[in-house]
Design a protein around this ligand. Structure first.
Ligand code: SAH
Length: 353
């Protein structure tokens, strides 16, 4: 894979960081999401739905609550972006099974680029009809209630470095058979970058995720036009600064060039950029731990604990801590919601953190 990327870098005179991410994650033959058994406790990284069923149950009830508050539209789209192994949707469906009318009115749609993951997702939700789309623009004109957990961090970012008040895109090149990262020779004239001169210093790196912005904008337009609401959960901050690109293999950080196609590559989500030109309303950004607490995860954890003993109980207690505690995923991960400007602020976001 390294050789293939090196060859492309030579042919194209360098690859942007975004192109590098795209190839590493989605190359048809060697891409990470096409070849690896990546998720779950035996995989390279463990996501919140894989830690505990409580995560998906809470998200499911949040989505159903929004659907009820918007007068239970029928039919509606239940959309998940980047569903991975499908665990989150399976938990959402179990948690909402008793919400009157919800399953009858829903149509499940997944946005998923990997064929391998599409077949895992089908197996995770065997008794319901699911369709897959590549792009938000393919959504039917219906209300959409969506969730995107650790999806936006997988979208390819461009990186730029400030030098003498100009911005230079960072590029991956091949030097003596090794990949390395350098600045482009020509300065970039992107308008967005000019504004970043105000909050950066010489040498700083900023990241722009054009695809993430485009997808968030499309979701916002859809929700404003056809109703619905959604949650974006990811690690990142309101505004991120610096090089946040990271590679993970076997649940440990590795160099981004160490094992292209065999390690996961992600970058922090810049939430302010996602909502900059949003057509619908958005909530404030709330830490994952606080959001889950507000939605009752501790009560749910206590209920489940009553059925558990010994090791199973210890694993359950650790999972609750892992999802909510500020030393674990509780503060690093953030949650934001999208909803129509005419709808009330969704539950969990109605007061300041
Ligand atoms: N939400 C899951 C998995 C997150 S991993 C969980 O919480 O466990 C990222 C997911 O997004 C994978 O399913 C990956 O294939 C998908 N993905 C990444 N980039 C994508 C893109 N550009 N288009 C569609 N799906 C994408």
């Amino acid at each position: 894979m390294k050789r293939i990327i090196g060859k492309q870098a030579v042919e194209k005179g360098g690859l942007s960081v975004a192109q590098y991410m795209q190839i590493c994650l989605f190359d048809p033959e060697h891409g990470y999401y096409r070849t690896q058994h990546i998720f779950g406790t035996k995989g390279d990284f463990v996501t919140a739905p894989e830690i505990s069923q409580m995560f998906g149950e809470i998200i499911g009830l949040w989505l159903a609550q929004c659907w009820i508050e918007q007068d239970q539209p029928k039919p509606f789209i239940l959309l998940e972006l980047g569903p991975g192994r499908g665990t989150l949707m399976a938990d959402i469906l179990r948690a909402t099974a008793k919400v009157a009318g919800f399953h009858e009115a829903m149509q499940i749609v997944f946005v998923e680029a990997s064929q391998q993951l599409r077949s895992l997702q089908k197996k995770a939700v065997p008794n319901v009809k699911v369709s897959w789309i590549d792009d938000i623009s393919q959504l039917p004109e219906q209300p959409v209630f969506f969730v995107a957990n650790e999806f936006f961090d997988a979208l390819p970012v461009h990186q730029f470095q400030r030098q003498n008040n100009k911005w230079f895109e960072r590029q991956i090149i091949s030097q003596e058979e090794e990949l390395c990262i350098v600045n482009c020779r020509h300065a970039s004239d992107l308008v967005q970058l000019q504004k970043r001169l105000a909050d950066t210093s010489d040498g700083d790196i900023v990241e722009i995720n054009f695809l993430a912005r485009k997808m968030a904008e499309a979701l916002g337009r859809h929700i404003e036009a056809f109703a619905g609401s959604g949650l974006i959960i990811d690690y990142g901050d309101w505004v991120s600064l610096g090089d946040t690109l990271q590679a993970v293999q076997d649940q440990k950080p590795v160099d981004i060039f160490a094992a292209p196609g065999q390690s996961d590559l992600t970058a922090h989500v810049d939430f302010a950029a996602l909502v900059k030109d949003l057509a619908c309303a958005h909530s404030r950004l709330v830490p994952q731990g606080l959001f889950l607490e507000r939605l009752g995860i501790t009560q749910r954890a206590n209920m489940l604990a009553a059925y558990l003993t010994d090791d199973a109980l210890q694993i359950h207690i650790a999972a609750h801590r892992r999802l909510t505690h500020s030393d674990e995923m509780g503060s690093l991960f953030k949650v934001i919601s999208f909803y129509p400007t005419s709808a009330p602020t969704p539950t969990g976001f109605d007061y300041a953190p």
